[in-house]
Design a protein. Structure first.
Ligand SMILES: [Mg+2]
Length: 164
């Protein structure tokens, strides 16, 4: 059960406290794509998201995208943002996270994972020994399977308790 708890929870990527990450000696960030930086059914990357990544690079963080989405879609975001990416990742399995760790070239203690799902991003990140950061999903209109997972998520981690 502990592996399902994120180390930090924010409403969106934009409210994540970057200074806290630095104080925790985080040097690399693995970022989920669908419903974390864009709605799962969308391809348009907002200026805010572009600037958010730009700022992270400016602050010296190494970045990698990792998504369970199809490789072709993931490559699109990789090219647009000019950040390495791994698609068809089968999170929470470790394989893709290990690959991301290799790309970042860092020790696991220096890496944080940001994502919107407990059973893929948080569980996978915790299994790897990364810092895990949960954000709210951008689009609530999801597949029925995801909706069922959201219901189960509520049982293990009540986001509502942390909302303002
Ligand atoms: Mg996601």
């Amino acid at each position: 059960m502990q592996k399902l708890n994120p180390d930090a929870y924010y409403k969106s990527i934009f409210t994540i406290n970057i200074e806290n990450l630095k104080e925790s000696d985080i040097k690399g960030i693995i970022v989920d794509i669908d419903n974390t930086i864009v709605p799962w059914n969308d391809k348009k990357i907002s200026d805010e998201v572009f600037n958010w990544f730009k700022n992270l690079i400016k602050e010296g963080f190494r970045l990698c995208l990792i998504s369970n989405g199809m490789t072709k879609r993931v490559e699109y975001f990789s090219n647009q943002l000019d950040i390495p990416a791994i698609g068809t990742a089968v999170k929470p399995r470790k394989k893709a996270f290990r690959k991301a760790l290799k790309i970042l070239g860092l020790k696991k203690e220096k890496v944080a994972v940001i994502g919107d799902q407990i059973f893929t991003d948080v569980l996978g990140g915790n299994r790897m020994g990364f810092m895990t950061i949960l954000v709210d999903p951008l689009n609530k209109d999801e597949f029925i399977t995801t909706k069922i997972m959201r219901f189960i998520e509520k049982i293990v981690f009540n986001r509502g308790m942390y909302h303002d």
